[in-house]
Design a protein around this ligand. Structure first.
Ligand code: SAM
Ligand code: DTB
Ligand code: SF4
Length: 340
């Protein structure tokens, strides 16, 4: 059971969980108790946790590149890339290697340290994976960290990604097991947990998070965080996406989430996964600078950087640089005090 109520103890005395050990688990009830804290108490606790593990005035920058856009057979209700919804998005073929490399060089020149390649696949077939392995090797050779998000993996695919020296694989749990069933029917929660285990077993670092603002309850948000925090070991990177409501998708008219609830979600992600990089992911374009600054105070220390996510907009790189400057935050790949 967690020591949930806020205490005025200094950072070192605040009870946090090491990702290396996993019992006792964070329960949904523990996490709901964190949600119920007064906002300022929750933020202070999250910030103290953050400072205990990371240099607080640093930010890791990753740039996304959609190497295969649209035409996806899955039915994720939030996603403009599903072939099942009329979103006006045209399905593209796999991006050629030279274009991917051009995007990676630009990302590096702009200050990104990680390049994340995303494909709208249910899972990559061996003949689809081969050119992606080439991309990963070539991007790595530019001196960037690599990340890929290609859908479900089997052991063989994970091994070949590992042989290409992939650093991170992104595969999200998206929501609580209960709410998940209402947004995706073409792959199960267990399928996602299986892929995460396969990635971990192949020795690739795990980037795993979810989306909020899909009409889920607070209990569902707590359920997602409990699932993530109880993965053993916990993910190295946890993206928290705010739904970007895309016309034509079933969630186009979802009720927007109160942004204080979003900031609380970031804070609780930080408290329950003290050593993970917490990534303030999709939806930043719709957030004011002040909201983003509060997310950074609450423990977010990584953002997607560059004017586009996969298919939707993101703040201009110049605007992000100006925001980080105003806040005295420095871009840095190494933000952890533990040298991770
Ligand atoms: N197809 C792969 C898969 O689903 O694993 C990889 C790409 S998929 C677009 C990666 C993640 O982007 C999803 O798991 C979801 O969390 C997030 N995402 C997709 N559409 C979004 C939207 N409209 N708003 C916020 N996040 C979104
Ligand atoms: C993640 O959790 N968020 C990123 C990344 N992983 C691949 C993707 C966000 C996509 C937002 C919708 C779009 O641009 O299509
Ligand atoms: Fe396909 Fe991924 Fe979009 Fe789901 S989230 S529809 S799997 S691209």
């Amino acid at each position: 059971m967690q020591d949930v109520p806020y205490s005025d103890a200094p950072a070192a005395c605040v009870s946090d969980r090491s990702p290396a050990r996993h019992s006792p688990a964070w329960s949904v009830v523990d996490i709901l108790a964190l949600y119920a804290l007064p906002f300022n108490d929750l933020l202070l606790r999250a910030h103290q946790t953050h400072r205990a593990h990371f240099y607080p005035n640093t930010m890791q920058l990753s740039t996304l590149c959609s190497i295969k856009t649209g035409g996806c057979p899955e039915d994720c209700a939030y996603c403009p890339q599903s072939a099942r919804y009329k979103t006006g998005l045209k399905a593209d073929k796999l991006m050629p290697l030279d274009e991917v490399l051009m995007a990676a060089r630009t990302a590096k020149a702009n200050g990104a340290t990680r390049f994340c390649m995303g494909a709208a696949w249910r899972n990559p077939k061996p003949r689809q994976l081969a050119p992606v392995l080439e991309m990963i090797r070539a991007v790595k050779a530019l001196g960037l960290e690599t990340c890929a998000t290609l859908g479900m993996l089997d052991g063989e695919a994970a091994q070949s990604l590992k042989s290409a020296d992939l650093d991170y694989y992104n595969h999200n749990l998206d929501s609580s097991p209960e709410f998940y069933e209402t947004i995706i029917s073409t792959r199960t929660y267990q399928d996602r947990l299986d892929t995460l285990k396969i990635v971990r077993d192949a020795g690739i670092k795990v980037c795993c998070g979810g989306i909020v603002g899909m009409g889920e309850s607070r209990e569902d948000r707590a359920g997602l965080i409990a699932q993530l925090a109880n993965l053993d070991p916990t993910p190295e990177s946890v993206p928290i996406n705010h739904l970007v409501r895309m016309p034509g998708t079933p969630l186009a008219e979802a009720e927007p989430l109160d942004l204080f609830e979003f900031i609380r979600t970031i804070a609780i992600t930080r408290i329950t996964m003290p050593q993970a990089m917490v990534r303030l992911s999709a939806g930043r374009e719709q957030m004011s600078e002040a909201v983003q600054a509060l997310c950074f105070f609450a423990g977010a220390n990584s953002i997607f950087y560059g004017e586009k996510l996969l298919t939707t907009g993101n703040p201009q790189a110049e605007a992000d640089r100006a925001l980080l400057d105003k806040l005295g935050i420095r871009a840095d790949a190494h933000t952890s005090k533990e040298g991770a």
